[in-house]
Ligand binder design. Structure first.
Ligand code: BTN
Length: 265
């Protein structure tokens, strides 16, 4: 196994957050940081707790998929939040995570990261980061939100599966050099915290504004498989709920879940 960078003291150096990173749980090996975070959250763990692992044996992706998590080269992290707001705010947390990663990668690695709806993070059309948000709600109130982020940092893409959605990449593969995982993680956590403060103080619109500016989807022709058939059209915007607005033959359609394919890029 490659050596571990995950030292709490080192990560906290220069981290200046209000909520995110109040507590760290760091593992050499775990089944899934999201799985563990869900258990911690249901047990009432402190808000801002960060679960971090060097290796996941059962990393989970969206739509029941697997997230392959080679040891010592990626970032596999989950953050637990206890937002005050109602469920209408939930999509903003998903958008927030994509924005935090894309901005951090631009800053730390100098690579042009973009977000593909809903929140895959890509470089040059190739995915290097996936986000799995899970939540527990009671009536219309959010009890907790857990944001799981997987980033292929120094990963060899040959160690990752090629899926029908394309070949994955890593930051090292795109940059041609090693990327500091601690610096990148710190930047992601810092940006998550800033965005979380914005949402809590009623400035969540700012996240949507930033998302639009980092989008690899808006302005492109897209295709989406729905239960009733295929929808094709121009991706024009996202709304306050994080839904994707597609201008299609039958008029404007809103898509709230699933995977899109960008037809022309
Ligand atoms: C996707 O693109 O399908 C989402 C992938 C999310 C992967 C991360 S890695 C850290 C956290 N723990 C998990 O088991 N999954 C998320």
């Amino acid at each position: 196994m490659a050596g571990s960078d995950w030292d709490e003291k080192k990560i906290k150096e220069g981290l200046n957050t209000e909520v995110v990173g109040t507590r760290f749980e760091i593992f050499q090996e775990i089944d899934s940081t999201n799985h563990h975070a869900m258990e911690l959250a249901s047990g009432g763990v402190e808000e801002g707790t960060v679960v971090l692992a060097e290796w996941q044996t059962e990393g989970r992706g969206r739509l029941g998929r697997e997230w392959v998590s080679p040891s010592g080269v990626g970032i596999y992290v989950t953050v637990i939040l206890h937002p005050e707001g109602g469920i209408a705010q939930l999509p903003k947390y998903t958008l927030l995570a994509g924005v935090a990663v894309a901005e951090a990668v631009r800053e730390v690695a100098g690579l042009p990261a973009e977000i593909k709806w809903p929140n895959d993070v890509l470089i040059d059309g190739k995915k290097f980061c996936g986000i799995l948000e899970e939540s527990f709600v009671s009536g219309s109130k959010i009890k907790y939100v857990i944001i799981g982020i997987g980033i292929n940092v120094n990963t060899d893409p040959a160690d990752l599966p090629v899926t029908p959605r394309g070949a994955p990449t890593s930051l090292k593969a795109e940059k041609g050099e090693h990327v500091d995982r601690v610096e990148l993680l710190r930047s992601v956590l810092q940006k998550l915290d800033t965005g979380y403060t914005e949402i809590r103080t009623g400035n969540g619109e700012n996240i949507i504004h930033k998302w639009r500016g980092l989008s690899a989807t808006l302005g492109h022709k897209v295709r989406v498989e729905l239960s009733g058939g295929t929808l094709e059209g121009q991706a024009v915007d996202i709304d306050d709920d994080g839904g994707l607005l597609i201008s299609a033959e039958g008029g404007m359609q809103k898509v709230t879940a699933g995977d899109i394919i960008i037809v022309n890029s």
